[in-house]
Write a protein that binds this ligand. Structure first.
Ligand SMILES: Nc1ncnc2c1ncn2[C@@H]1O[C@H](COP(=O)(O)OP(=O)(O)OP(=O)(O)O)[C@@H](O)[C@H]1O
Length: 263
């Protein structure tokens, strides 16, 4: 099977309140695996995802989904075409149960219940629990499960491990790895050990623009100078045991991310 691109951004430019926050962004997301979208705080990663979805004003450029132009379409239509979004901060309905949260997310009559139940057995056990009483990691699982219930062609996942304890970070990373076997993922992630574990390709933004694209995230992460220059993180924060092996679990030290460094 030849590998193609599921999503291609070309010269995408977007603004919030008249201020340009995404500038002439071009890159492609292959139709398999995880592609990481990286960059320091505030460089426009979330805004780029929102521009794809039409959640911020797109002022120029194109977005192709499986070869079809969608940049003029409203958000709901892009979502219906199969672009799943797992936003930063999870956004579960806290007063609703886990089961209700999932049911609300179903877009058609054949949700992929089996897949979701297999991936997230804990959510099956907690089906009757109010989502607001779940831990951050469990809420992240609900958020991921909602996107996976539908037959999406690509998932846009924004900072899924943000604020989670290292052990839970690893659980979320494993769920993402399983999910990626069924759907390509564009992943915004600050935890570089997770990026190393999951991502094949990589795109780095700075000041709303693409400053690096590569087919190997590990290659970028192995280059301490590049990491410092592009991500503003010391090599020790992606080094150590977790960085030495692409399959190693993120350790507490590796889970210290650029977010902490930049504070
Ligand atoms: N609602 C908003 N109103 C005004 N400016 C905004 C808004 N949301 C984002 N911005 C600005 O747009 C720029 C890009 O922000 P964005 O959240 O896309 O960056 P990011 O790379 O995802 O950062 P983070 O790592 O903090 O999530 C920043 O300068 C930010 O201040």
């Amino acid at each position: 099977m030849t590998v193609g691109n599921i999503l291609t951004l070309s010269g995408l430019t977007g603004s919030i309140g008249g201020q340009q926050v995404v500038e002439d962004v071009s890159f492609s997301v292959p139709d398999t695996g995880v592609t990481a979208l990286l960059g320091r705080n505030g460089v426009g990663k979330t805004s780029t995802i929102k521009a794809v979805l039409g959640l911020i004003t797109r002022t120029a450029g194109t977005v192709e989904l499986a070869g079809e132009r969608v940049e003029r379409e409203p958000t709901h239509r892009i979502v219906r075409r199969g672009v799943g979004y797992v936003p930063e901060d999870r956004e579960v309905f806290s007063k609703l149960t886990v089961a209700e949260n999932l049911r609300l997310a179903e877009r058609d009559g054949s949700p992929r219940r089996e897949l979701v139940d297999t991936l997230f057995p804990d959510l099956v056990k907690r089906a009757g629990q109010a989502a607001g009483t779940l831990s951050g990691g469990q809420q992240q699982m609900v958020s991921l499960a909602r996107a996976l219930l539908n037959r999406n062609r690509v998932l846009l996942v924004d900072e899924p491990t943000k604020g989670l304890a290292p052990r839970i970070v690893q659980e979320v990373a494993e769920a993402l790895a399983e999910a990626a076997k069924t759907v390509p993922i564009l992943l915004v992630e600050q935890n570089l050990a997770v990026v190393r574990q999951l991502a094949a390709g990589v795109v780095v933004l700075s000041g709303g623009r693409v400053v690096h694209t590569g087919e190997s995230a590990s290659e970028l992460l192995d280059d301490a100078d590049m990491v410092r220059r592009l991500l503003g993180v010391g090599s020790d924060h992606h080094g150590g045991a977790a960085a030495a092996s692409p399959t190693a679990a993120p350790t507490p030290s590796a889970a210290v991310t650029e977010r902490g460094d930049r504070a």
